[in-house]
Ligand binder design. Sequence first.
Ligand code: PMP
Length: 285
Amino acid sequence: RVAYVNGQYQPHGQATVHIEDRGFQFADGVYEVWAVFDGRLADYEGHMTRLGRSLSELRIPAPMTKEALTRVLRETIRRNRVRDGLVYLQITRGTARRDHAFPAEGTPPSVIVTAKNLNYPRSEAQAAKGVAVVTQPDIRWGRCDIKTVGLLPNVLAKQAAKERGAAEAWFVDETGLVTEGSSTNAWIVDQDGKLRTRDTQANILRGVTRAAVLDILASEGFELDERPFSVDEAKAAREAFYTSASGFVTPAISIDGAKIGDGKPGPVATRLRARYIEAARRDAI
Ligand code: PMP
């Protein structure tokens, strides 16, 4: 495997950034993850647009043009012989003597890219079986709309899920409403058969997969109610699932040990997963 690091392709095992990289010291950086289908980037524009927004919200200068960045993503995919997998991009505010305030203007941002194949049969098997979800208090900051590498609450939540035999943790705010997953957006099919997911004005990440699934809903004749839901509503829902670039649409079959519906992946989640993968593969560039 090889990784792109600041203009060079290095053997993955030896690829390093400087100890004074601000990503390392302050989590002062952003990232994106694209799914790769047939060696091509899925939801290309959605992730690019969000990346641009994350950078500008943090006032990190764009390290290169979109075209140059796209070439790096594609070259990293090619050099790693990725067919179906993921490409990871991280951009930090660069390397400078440690000081909380921004470094001198002109400090180049650090850019790293890695790519790997995904085990699709395993992902499909997991989706066919459905996964367990546990809830965790949402202890994150007020700018969860920015895709920063400051992921400690997400790390702790995912670890708590893992220790309870669950695949994902759903964050819950002080009022008992689900905000989003530790690395996914959360959805239910409520008792009226409507799709529910929190609106993206409310301090969550604007999931690119979430947006792609929203586009599919109408054509499938599913009704949307873009409103947050409580943990109790999730437990009483017909179905639950979550979306992300790495997991597509993943059906959840229990929350905190309480069975959802009949405890099997539901028809809506199963249908949306198939439609999403089909469309994302078709439109990948
Ligand atoms: N919420 C959070 C907190 C995430 O980290 C992710 C994955 N990056 C998502 C939602 C899903 O976003 P996307 O569909 O763009 O991968």
